[in-house]
Design a protein around this ligand. Structure first.
Ligand code: ADP
Length: 475
């Protein structure tokens, strides 16, 4: 069941319930009022006829007043018909248009000895008639010397056709069925149309999404320009596709660069092997060639390991084994690693912080980043120039700055130095060996340590690389 159908079905069911309840209550209420009004009018007519009767102890007298006689003189279908029946079923008076069935019924009730105690009630109505009667009886009838208008008892019968009211009720019933039904059908059609229209962008987006091939990172979803939730969905999805495209292109570049970097040492390896195999060689020559092959294989191994590290996601790169590192204690131990370096004399290690400043990191990873920054500083600066390593605190972060006075990095290149395989033109032209992976790995490690790596450099003057890591809470 589609969303449009589901929403429409729910809405229409709710609307149907409301309409049925409303129409039912409306019908019952109006019908009640009509029937009540009809009854009141008929009773009113009966009572005004009864008012023309005078009840004495010895007899009841029929003394019609003007208005009672006028009642029922018309011929309209709504007109009240009446008849007054005296002793022995004799008709005392009747309205002009009263039917023979009503007269027969009136005579029957007047003559019915078993109903003598019944002073008023309703008679079995012939056809569409409502018939009421009232009986007035003299308490101690004295039959001697009776006038013409004096009786033992009188039965007054008033009748009125229900045809008009029934027709009205039928029209009302038709109205409370037809109008809500029409409203419901209109709402159903309109709801479906509106629902389909509102969700059309979703269908368009899903159609496009289905048609986008796996390798197609350029297509985008048709986000509606409606400034609503659907537009937001389309835009969010397109932003996701943008990110996917960037990641995919980065990955593709990375794979191409990796293949390229691996090809160089492999070419050297194969070249060396081919040259050695061209003719028999002395043991020294073989040893020399094997030495070259070993260096190349070493480089290959380093590249492969670096690639392996970079191919992991950031979460995987978060190596376990973090421990508190008190920087003031770490630096003297770390300096030991460089004691045999040819440029050790030019290196200046400095602590500019409280003795308690602590970070949390796996020491091996921290060392690896700083190793990389110092070896770059040494590699890209001339011998004899100073290299400074300053450990300090900046706000809530520890900052380890590695500064050289080397060739520097142009501002365009600074944005790219952390990309895998990036090597500046000046470094390549100067024939400085490198893979372009060191800073990419260092930046990845910095991120894994919840920190970051920053570069500030001026071409021809030198560079400062800064590793920033949050201080541990209690430091
Ligand atoms: P590699 O040193 O193997 O080329 P890196 O990722 O360590 O790779 O460095 C990337 C590039 O950034 C280098 O090729 C070089 O152009 C530039 N670079 C890095 N460190 C420095 C530095 N201290 N001074 C000048 N350029 C640098």
């Amino acid at each position: 069941m589609t969303l449009v159908n589901r929403v429409s079905a729910f809405f229409l069911a709710a609307l149907a319930i409301v309409l049925v309840v409303y129409s039912g209550v409306f019908y019952v209420f109006v019908r009640g009022r009509l029937v009540q009004q009809f009854d009141q009018e008929l009773h009113g007519a009966l009572y005004s006829l009864v008012a023309a009767i005078e009840v004495e102890p010895e007899e009841v007298k029929w003394q019609p007043l003007e208005h009672a006689i006028a009642l029922g003189s018309g011929a309209g279908p709504e007109e009240v018909r009446w008849v007054v029946v005296g002793d022995g079923g004799q008709i005392v008076e009747q309205s002009r248009n009263v039917s023979s069935e009503i007269i027969a019924e009136a005579k029957r009730i007047a003559a019915d000895a078993s109903a003598r105690n019944q002073t008023e009630g309703e008679l079995a109505a012939p056809g569409e008639w409502s018939v009421l009667f009232q009986r007035l009886v003299a308490p101690a009838p004295e039959r001697e010397a009776r006038e013409l208008d004096e009786f033992d008892e009188l039965v007054v019968v008033a009748a009125r056709s229900t045809a008009d009211m029934d027709a009205n009720l039928q029209r009302l019933a038709a109205l409370v069925i037809v109008l809500p039904l029409a409203a419901w059908l209109l709402a159903a059609a309109l709801g479906r149309w509106l629902g389909a229209r509102a969700l059309a962008p979703v269908l368009a987006m899903s159609k496009r999404a289905r048609s986008i091939a796996g390798s197609d990172f350029k297509s985008r979803l048709p986000a509606p320009a409606s400034n609503d939730e659907l537009a937001d969905l389309g835009e969010s999805f397109n932003t996701l596709l943008d990110r996917q495209q960037r990641a995919y292109e980065q990955q593709r570049r990375f794979a191409g660069d990796a293949a390229h970097e691996l090809r160089t040492p492999l070419t050297v390896l194969l070249g060396q092997i081919d040259v050695s195999l061209r003719r028999p060689r002395s043991a020294e020559e073989y040893a020399g060639t094997l030495g070259v092959l070993r260096d190349e294989a070493n480089e290959l191994q380093q590249i492969v390991e670096s690639l392996l590290f970079l191919s992991r996601t950031s979460e995987e790169a978060t190596l376990p084994g973090s421990e508190p590192i008190v920087l003031a204690e770490w630096l003297p131990r770390y300096m030991e690693r460089w004691k045999d370096d040819p440029r050790r004399q030019e290196m200046r290690f400095e602590l500019q912080l409280d003795s308690g400043a602590t970070i949390s990191a796996p020491p091996a990873l921290l060392n690896r980043v700083i190793d990389n920054l110092i070896s770059n500083a040494a590699k890209y600066s001339a011998a004899g120039t100073s290299l400074s390593i300053v450990v300090t605190v900046d706000g809530s972060e520890a900052a380890i700055n590695v500064t050289d006075q080397g060739r520097g990095i142009s501002s365009e290149d600074q944005a790219a130095v952390f990309d895998p395989f990036f090597r500046s033109k000046s470094a390549r032209d100067a024939g400085i060996a490198g893979t372009g992976l060191g800073l990419a790995i260092a930046a990845r490690i910095a991120a894994a340590l919840q920190g970051r790596l920053e570069c500030a450099s001026e071409l021809g003057r030198g560079s400062t690389f800064t590793l920033r890591i949050p201080l541990a809470m209690n430091s």
